[in-house]
Design a protein. Structure first.
Length: 813
């Protein structure tokens, strides 16, 4: 894109007095920056991110595309897929009026216990950086700013606002900063988010790492946006390369920064530089008069749901297959589909990444759509989701309009109606100005088309709730937090209250909800109304599921996590699947040897039965078209294209599995550069599935590695790849480096390059680029290369490297 007219920006800054300049540096509200008409600046809207563009509200009436979780994108290993992902989000952002997307999340999978693991790409800095750079380029090609986050070392959630991560310089540069470097130096991100945590002392919104390497060595000319509520000081943060405080309108700068400038504690030139960056961002996204609309790549012809479906398949990883898959839809017999997540799939992660998609396809629906209802029979098998889940939108009717959905009415303390909304979904969140002034409670009415039988119905919310069912009050109680939850708990960890009802047809429901702790006026109303699954006899449920599997030709068990164990705001305490899912898989596998397991989690879980089943497919949080992608892959319409972006542990107790739990407020990254597969190799431990592993539906061999001459970029390795099977497939040829007899402490081997190849049966020549950086280590303030003989290991995972090639490095390069 054309460079921004810096002279114009200079003249605009001169026109603003100090108060006006400072006002621009704090959000106008939760999701936007202030307008300044005197210089032709309109407000800019920032939106989460990173796997959809939510916009300024959680309102399902303006739905958002929900792409597969970042872990699925990481598993594609494919920069072209990442570019497509970013580009689809850019189109979404423009459709939704967002100028800045708060993504990609590019913290590393340092520990599989990280609760927000699903939101970032990989344990490896090179893989993360390459994919993130492509995502940023795709997004910004639409004239929308990317905001890679959270700079830096925000790799766990425990004590996330205060933890001090102690990371040595070399490790910071070679891993955690390395993931951010290409999004700045190569993709030219227009914004970047500083993290909540501290690194080596100072909290990140006032940390010297914002200056070096970010705005110094890397030359970042964009805007450093704070994480929400992360700026807690005036002077220290203003004197750092922290440029915008979010959210607003109240923040730590406000009038205090004006005084700090007047007292000489902060230079006015420092404020001017922040304003310059803000105006530069505005010019780039088309929010500044007089600089013209940004040139934007033509919108792709493809639609978002297609991108979601194809990328979910491309990111799914087939980690085991005894020859069972793919199934042939034409000849396949009856299919038992089992597991709570088969019907109630997790298609996105919890927390700020959450968006409201128009529709979601579950694996059960995806398989039924292709195979027909007669061949596909379903049984829950084991409960996974906990607490109240929103009513299925297809089964609720608005009693006022008679159309689908429900009516929500804000009332004052006397019961007078202040505002009514006709909503489509039963999970409702209003914030700030979305709530009418004087509101005392919200009343939600709907007719639930209940299946005949016994149910638990109610709400998840913090505050006072009454629920009338068919004219009878069945609940009059308080939803209360325990106090151990993190901020945002009223939205994402709300307690559930339910009552038992027996239905024999549709039932009219009225829920009245008054949020607690908001006597001074409502700032947040978050309530989900629906049903809670309760399995009376888990053993009997498993027996029934196994019986169904036994009567069917094949069985699919969809296992997974729930939002109580895998979400933003907390880490996991165990990697085990929740509930009775392990027992379910074992019982089903015993009843039917043709059992395939689909894993629906955002990050690694333990699969202790993995060698007892015919196939295991990791589907991650697969986005809104997850179920279609699962059907595509199981039935061979699409290749399971993914490779593990992160090591999957066998027990979670291995030494190689790092802890993210601080001691006395400090988390030491004592493992240094040995993170992920590097650590597994160092300890000589065998995980369940290694980094880079993944099977397709064909077979491959690799021969004849030759290293080409050095170029300014690095060195190329050429290999002969043969698809020895009968169908076209996808392979990821991976190159790892090692160095024997080094003077420097090094990982056993580390990822140095890769190539994604789609190839028909036969032989192809594949070139794997290996950059000079792969040979470098950080030595103090510079990068150094050790001369001598290096070894490249080529293959299909970090531990499956049938080919080797030596590379000579003559001198510092
Ligand atoms: C998260 C960010 C997010 C922001 C706004 C924070 O709590 O850490 O990733 O972008 O909220 O929702």
């Amino acid at each position: 894109m054309a460079p921004v007219d810096e002279d114009l920006i200079t003249t605009l800054i001169v026109r603003l007095d100090l108060e006006r300049k400072v006002r621009l540096l704090t959000g106008a509200d939760f999701w936007s920056t202030p307008a300044e008409p005197s210089v032709g600046l309109r407000r800019m809207v920032l939106s989460d991110g990173p796997s959809g563009v939510r916009g300024e509200s959680f309102d399902e009436r303006t739905p958002s595309l929900s792409l597969p979780s970042s872990t699925a994108l990481g598993a594609t290993w494919d920069p072209a897929a990442a570019r497509r992902y970013g580009s689809a989000l850019g189109a979404e952002a423009r459709r939704r009026g967002a100028d800045v997307v708060l993504g990609p999340t590019i913290n590393l999978h340092r520990s599989p216990f990280g609760g927000r693991h699903f939101e970032s790409l990989s344990e490896d800095p090179l893989l993360t950086g390459e994919l993130a750079a492509a995502y940023v380029a795709g997004l910004q090609s639409r004239g929308v700013a990317a905001t890679p986050k959270h700079y830096v070392a925000n790799d766990a959630e425990t004590e996330r606002f205060t933890v001090d991560n102690r990371v040595d310089e070399r490790t910071l540069h070679e891993l955690y900063l390395a993931a951010f470097e290409p999004v700045v130096t190569r993709a030219g991100a227009w914004a970047l988010m500083s993290a909540y945590n501290a690194v080596n002392g100072p909290t990140m919104s006032e940390n010297p790492l914002l200056a070096e390497p970010l705005t110094g060595e890397w030359g970042f000319d964009g805007l450093v946006v704070s994480d929400w509520g992360a700026v807690r000081t005036t002077e220290a943060s203003a004197n750092a390369e922290q440029h915008l405080v979010m959210p607003g309108p109240v923040g730590a700068w406000g009038g205090r920064l004006v005084a700090a400038v007047r007292d000489g504690r902060v230079a006015e030139a420092t404020v001017d530089d922040k304003v310059r960056r803000l105006l530069r961002l505005a010019a780039r996204v088309g929010a500044l008069d007089g600089v013209g609309a940004p040139p934007v790549a033509a919108p792709a012809a493809e639609d978002g749901p297609t991108v979601a479906r194809e990328l979910a398949a491309a990111g799914s990883v087939l980690v085991r297959n005894t020859g069972e898959l793919p199934w042939d839809a034409a000849t396949l017999g009856t299919v038992a589909v089992l597991g709570h997540n088969a019907e109630l799939a997790r298609t996105q992660g919890g927390g700020s990444a959450t968006v409201r998609p128009a529709a979601v396809v579950s694996p059960l629906e995806g398989l039924r759509a292709v195979l027909g209802g007669d061949r596909v029979r379903y049984r829950l098998g084991a409960q996974v989701a906990e607490g109240v889940q929103p009513f299925d939108p297809g089964r609720i009717t608005n009693p006022v309009t008679g159309g689908p959905g429900l009516r929500a009415v804000f009332r004052d303390a006397d019961g007078a109606e202040l505002r009514a909304e006709d909503r489509l979904g039963a999970s409702l969140i209003w914030m700030g100005s979305e709530i009418p002034e004087g509101a005392d409670h919200v009343e939600i009415s709907l007719r639930w088309d209940a299946p005949a039988g016994e149910h638990r119905i109610g709400a998840a919310a913090v505050g006072h709730l009454t629920l009338d069912a068919g004219g009878t009050t069945v609940l009059d109680t308080e939803g209360v937090l325990t106090g151990d939850e993190g901020p945002g708990a009223a939205i994402f960890e709300a307690p559930s209250v339910t009552a038992g009802v027996t239905t024999d047809g549709p039932v009219d429901l009225v829920l009245r909800f008054r949020p607690s702790g908001q006597e001074a006026g409502m700032a947040l109303v978050a309530v989900t109304v629906g049903t809670e699954t309760a399995v009376a006899d888990p053993d009997a449920e498993i027996t029934a599921a196994a019986a169904l599997a036994g009567e069917s030709d094949v069985a699919v068990v969809v296992v997974g996590t729930n939002d109580r164990i895998e979400s933003e705001g907390f880490d996991r305490s165990t990697l085990a699947l929740p509930g009775h899912q392990d027992a379910l898989v074992r019982a089903v596998a015993a009843a039917n040897p043709r059992t395939v397991v689909v894993v629906n989690s955002g990050s690694p879980v333990l699969l202790p039965w993995r060698d007892e089943v015919a196939a295991v497919l990791l589907g991650w949080f697969g986005g809104e078209r997850f179920g279609e992608a699962v059907a595509d892959v199981l039935l061979g319409a699409a290749e399971p294209g993914g490779r593990l972006p992160t090591t999957w542990p066998a027990t979670g107790e291995e030494r190689s599995v790092l802890s993210g739990v601080p001691a006395d407020g400090v988390l030491r990254y004592d493992e240094g550069v040995h993170v992920g597969h590097r650590n597994w190799l160092r300890h000589g431990e065998t995980p369940a599935y290694p980094f880079g592993h993944g099977l397709g539906y064909t077979t491959w061999t690799l021969d004849d590695a030759t290293t080409g001459p050095w170029s300014p970029d690095g060195v190329e390795v050429t290999v002969t790849l043969t698809n020895t099977g009968t169908r076209t497939g996808r392979q990821v040829v991976q190159a790892y480096l090692s160095r024997r007899g080094s003077d420097v402490e090094r990982p056993a081997r580390w990822l140095a390059g890769w190539a994604v190849v789609d190839a028909a049966p036969g032989t192809t020549t594949v070139t794997v680029p290996v950059s000079r950086r792969a040979f470098r280590h950080r030595a103090g303030a510079t990068w150094a290369t050790e001369p001598g003989t290096w070894t490249l290991h080529l293959g299909f995972s970090v531990t499956d490297t049938p080919l080797q090639a030596d590379v000579e490095v003559a001198a510092q390069g």
